[in-house]
Design a protein around this ligand. Sequence first.
Ligand code: NAD
Length: 305
Amino acid sequence: MAKRLEGKVAVVTGAGRGIGRGIALLMAEEGAKVVVNDLGGGPDGKGADQSPAMEVVDEIKAKGGHAVRNGDTVATAAGGEAIIQCAVDNFGGVDILVTNAGILRDRMLFNMTDEEWDDVLKVHLYGTFYCTRAACRIFRAQKSGRVITFSSESGLGSLGQANYSAAKEGIIGFTRTVARDMGKYGVTCNSIRPRAGTRLTLTDELRAAMEKKKASGVESPGTEMDLGSLTPEAVAPFAVFLCLNEAANINGRDFVVGGGMIGLVSLPEITKVNYKAGIWTVDELAGIIPQTLGKDIVNPVPGAK
Ligand SMILES: NC(=O)c1ccc[n+]([C@@H]2O[C@H](COP(=O)([O-])OP(=O)(O)OC[C@H]3O[C@@H](n4cnc5c(N)ncnc54)[C@H](O)[C@@H]3O)[C@@H](O)[C@H]2O)c1
């Protein structure tokens, strides 16, 4: 292996399992020293267990790599600071941050509790912010760095995932702005919307929820594919690529990555316009929009009035 990350220090959050584990292992194989962060709770974020992260550290060390375990939560400012400080204390700095930690607390909006909303926002959106802010203070001073955030196609609209969708699309906006705030300091920030069979996507309970979504006929992009054949390790090579000099121009973009597929997601753009000199009346809009820019819009919910 070319050891393309030799001399780099990488922090990977949620690296005890799934996609994060694959990224930590590959980054270590490529020569990076890795902070393997993981709280080790259940898919819903409850509980804590240090053994998954420790196993990944042991695996890296057994192959001759360098790694250290960190068990702080990403969901608090103190946790985010401590995770980045762990890289500084053990390896003398940080060059790469992968904000991959994640949980699910699915519920239809009308039944969703404040706690379910807050917990998901805290881990995904706040966790991404806390870790990225702490790393970017260092990146700014050293004038280099890479941030890879994790979003989801569920952000495009997914039945029963208002908390998760909000957090994941928030991460996309965050990523685009970090790219701009940090670009002049030699830092890039990009996001991956992965497709992989992990405990978040392949438990019996979640399979049943996916079947329910399919049966409802409501379009939920990204939750309608068979993830069983897509390994979590398949996401890692593209995450490593984003850290290379060859990716220096790629900044503020998001990609769907699964199996052998890497897809660049387009930026939102205005596709049709209705214009008049002056302000539209509601009557005018009711007359013209259904004939023009509203004409081909299909409600994702079958039979909705
Ligand atoms: N698997 C997919 O197809 C898929 C699709 C879209 C998005 N994602 C996203 O990819 C990322 C990785 O998901 P995965 O499928 O590998 O799931 P996973 O459950 O296998 O791994 C996520 C890890 O994050 C850790 N974690 C959770 N809360 C934490 C916290 N507060 N602090 C530190 N660690 C914490 C968990 O302990 C777990 O080990 C997540 O952000 C997820 O939302 C995954």
